[in-house]
Structure formats: structure tokens, C-alpha cells
Design a protein around this ligand. Structure first.
Ligand SMILES: *[C@@H]1O[C@H](CO)[C@@H](O)[C@H](O)[C@H]1NC(C)=O
Length: 191
């Protein structure tokens, strides 16, 4: 009996209501065409219901020098208007850089700086992220310089804003291989 009770308690904990908006609240998915090809998409993560992302933070590995494996961008974190944060998959290398926030409004579009596949040379894939606020100002990420900027994603519908994201991460490869860490980003709009 006690075992069954424990099982029931564990199941209730598993299905307890999610804290965030949840995927069905997202009205629009913002994506870009130039994401890198490696790795798997992490779980979508969201700001707490009713709050929007009004800032972001990048986790970046600085250049490692000639002949050493570089990964550049390792993670992107959303800073929510109520003080919470939301981070999808996160690579192990690098450090979190200073947060960047909109002076007014929410995040509403982004673009990605990506290094195209280098063949036998060292790949880094995604290097940097710029974000546009709903008032039109651009927050410039402090990430790596390799690669080129792609086009801006579409914008969140008027009145809404970014409320979640997911990231595509190449998991660390065994045996000193060529790692790239973060490859691609999608953001979700809620309103
Ligand atoms: C960016 O947009 C332009 C114009 O729509 C398009 O021609 C180009 O292919 C796009 N770039 C990428 C990387 O898809």
C-alpha cells in the first residue's frame, strides 16, 4: 500500500502543471535559414505564464588559438520580465557574458551569426546572436566573430513578444573531436 501511495505521489509530481506558458500558448515560431547542421534540438523552454523575455544572455567560449578545438556559442538564455530565466540545451564550454536587455518592450526578432561547415578544418557553427526589441532597438550579442550574419527572423505579432526558445546543440564528442556546441536557435512568441 505504501508503495502504491509513493507511486501515486511520484506520478502527480510528474504531471504537476508546468510553470511556463507551454508550447500551445506560442502563437508564432521565429526561425532563421542559416543555422548549423549538427546536433539535436533541446526541449522548448518558456518564461512563466504572463511574462515575456525582455533580455538575453550568451554563453561563449573565446577563441582557443591555432590547432585547438573552438566551439564559440554554447548557450542562449532568455531573461524574463518577472526575473525568471529560460535556457534550453547548454554546451559545457565557455562563460556567461553580461546580460543585454531592452530598455522598453520585449524581444521580438533575432538573427544568427554562423560559420559554414569548414570541411577538415575546425568547425564552430553558431557564433553570435543579435536580438531586436519591440521598440525597434537592436541588442548586439558579444559572441564570436567567425562566419557571417544571416537574415533576421520574422517579428512577433504586434502586442506580443518572445516568451520561449529552444536551441540545437551538438553534444560533446568523445576523444578530442571537432566540437561545435550551439548550431541553431528558434524563439517562440506569445500574446
Ligand atoms: C536572405 O534573404 C534574401 C532576400 O529575401 C534571400 O535572397 C537570401 O537567400 C536569404 N539568405 C539566406 C541565408 O537564406
Amino acid at each position: 500500500m505504501a508503495r502504491i501511495l509513493r507511486l501515486v505521489v511520484a506520478l502527480v509530481a510528474l504531471v504537476a502543471p508546468a510553470q511556463g506558458w507551454g508550447k500551445d500558448a506560442a502563437t508564432v515560431t521565429l526561425s532563421v535559414e542559416n543555422g548549423g547542421p549538427w546536433g539535436d534540438w533541446g526541449d522548448p523552454v518558456f518564461c512563466p505564464k504572463g511574462s515575456y523575455a525582455n533580455g538575453f544572455q550568451l554563453k561563449v567560449e573565446p577563441p582557443q588559438g591555432l590547432f585547438r578545438d573552438d566551439t564559440a556559442l554554447n548557450a542562449v538564455r532568455l531573461l524574463c520580465s518577472n526575473g525568471a530565466t529560460a535556457t534550453s540545451s547548454e554546451g559545457p564550454r565557455g562563460t556567461w557574458l553580461s546580460p543585454l536587455s531592452c530598455s522598453r518592450g520585449h524581444l521580438s526578432s533575432f538573427r544568427l551569426r554562423v560559420e559554414a561547415p569548414q570541411g577538415l578544418w575546425d568547425d564552430t557553427a553558431a557564433n553570435n546572436v543579435d536580438v531586436a526589441c519591440s521598440d525597434g532597438r537592436v541588442l548586439e550579442g558579444q559572441g564570436g566573430l567567425a562566419g557571417t550574419w544571416g537574415n533576421w527572423s520574422s517579428f512577433c505579432p504586434h502586442g506580443g513578444g518572445v516568451c520561449g526558445l529552444r536551441t540545437r546543440l551538438e553534444a560533446p564528442q568523445r576523444g578530442g573531436k571537432d566540437n561545435t556546441a550551439l548550431n541553431d536557435v528558434e524563439m517562440f512568441c506569445c500574446s
